[in-house]
Design a protein around this ligand. Structure first.
Ligand SMILES: *Cc1c(COP(=O)(O)O)cnc(C)c1O
Ligand code: SF4
Length: 384
């Protein structure tokens, strides 16, 4: 047995352990176990610094999960958009391919609770209809292996699946969505990396949510992946008490860049049953994005998106930078809340910059209907 497999075995997962380790009432622990089982491996457990900290919140079951009757079981309609078992096909040219229901740690906020954690093994035979679907759908050029966590599969099983996908000529890239570099970096072994290298181009999408998750071990795992030629991107979820703070996300994103992981998405938390207590307001997210953009490298700024309930896909949301536009010009604010006017192409004059004074509370005047000339716009802002 490999070390990482032993660490999975040594995870906290029974009701007894929950009662003992985290002082959870037995009755509640039983209900939580029924609702969504726990799995906290010794590595991730060691990252907890104090009860209720951002690491704890992500992995320790909480009675609040049971009190949430509001959320959806499958907010993103992944099952309704599944033409064959294990495939979700939402976008024109790429699909999600669920290859296992197991993960290295079970995140309490998981959107796929309904699928994740039950230990039914998925066999190659069960995946046959998915392979067939991929073969028949020549418009698919990007397969995103997901789960669960595909790196819970053994190297042998993983290679069988990837080899099979690689035999399909129209599949250009393979992505592996895995939280292992964050929750169990010991899974990234030289043997695994050597195997995967044979099937390039492979992209890795990982999932760090908090700067404390970036440790010597996780940095090493990411280094091994990047050195072997896998671009590594990060998908984080904005969560109350975990990372809903510009300073925390700034630190996370900058630390990711230092280990050559590119922040790719920041998600608003989904409306998943049992995870309502993690949700933040959209304003909070927009405030954080506004605080980051411009102040740190653009490489550190992910796309901020809402995965639309009802299966609409990821919809980007941005703070309002464009304050007004008409046929002639676009009035914008920059990251410092200063106003600039960009003229549409017809106009030959230069850009005019205006600064608003006494406006450091982040609130901007609502632009009125603009006059004809940019000069008029300028004077309107100056007197506001
Ligand atoms: C997120 C997602 C993808 C991949 O989207 P990208 O924007 O290309 O990263 C594909 N299919 C489904 C169903 C998804 O949820
Ligand atoms: S690793 Fe992903 S699929 Fe697994 S529990 Fe966490 S969020 Fe859910």
């Amino acid at each position: 047995m490999e070390l990482w497999q032993q660490m999975i075995r040594d995870s906290i997962h029974t009701v007894d352990q929950l009662v003992e380790k985290f002082n959870i009432d037995r009755k509640v622990a039983e209900e939580l176990d029924e609702f969504f089982q726990a799995r906290i491996n010794p590595y991730y457990l060691s990252l907890i610094r104090y009860p209720g900290d951002p690491i704890w919140l992500q992995c320790v079951p909480d009675v609040k999960e049971l009190e949430d009757l509001d959320g959806y079981e499958d907010p993103l309609l992944e099952d309704a958009m599944s033409p064959v078992p294990n495939i979700t096909h939402r976008y024109p040219d790429r699909v999600l391919f669920l290859t296992t229901s197991q993960c290295g740690m079970y995140c309490r906020f998981c959107t796929r609770k309904r699928k994740v954690g039950n230990s039914d093994k998925i066999s190659m035979r069960q995946l046959e209809s998915a392979f067939k679907y991929l073969e028949e759908h020549t418009e698919v050029r990007d397969v995103i292996m997901s789960g669960g966590d595909p790196l819970m599969l053994t190297d042998t099983m993983l290679e069988k699946i990837i080899k099979r996908i690689r035999q399909i000529p129209h599949i250009e890239i393979i992505r592996i969505g895995t939280k292992m570099p964050c929750v169990l970096p010991h899974r990234i072994t030289p043997k695994l990396v050597e195997m995967l290298k044979k099937y390039h181009p492979i992209y890795i999408n990982t999932h760090f949510n908090h700067p404390w998750e970036i440790t010597p071990e996780s940095a090493k795992a990411c280094q091994m992946l990047v050195d072997a030629g896998f671009p590594v991107n990060n998908q984080a979820v904005l969560m109350k008490g975990v990372n809903d703070d510009p300073q925390v996300l700034k630190e996370l994103f900058l630390k990711l860049l230092k280990i050559r992981v590119r922040p790719y998405y920041l998600f608003m938390a989904d409306e998943t049953r049992g995870a309502n207590h993690f949700r933040t307001s959209l304003d909070k997210g927009l405030e954080i994005m506004f605080a980051l953009r411009g102040n740190i490298s653009g490489l550190a700024i992910p796309h901020f998106v809402i995965d639309a309930p009802g299966g609409g896909g990821k919809i980007p949301v941005l703070p309002d930078y464009i304050l007004h536009r008409d046929e002639e010009k676009i009035v914008m604010r920059n990251y410092q809340n200063k106003i600039y006017v960009y003229r549409e192409a017809k106009n030959e004059e230069n850009k005019i910059e205006v600064e608003i004074s006494g406006n450091d509370n982040g609130k901007l005047p609502k632009p009125k209907k603009l006059k004809k000339s940019a000069k008029a716009v300028v004077s309107e802002y100056e007197i506001t």
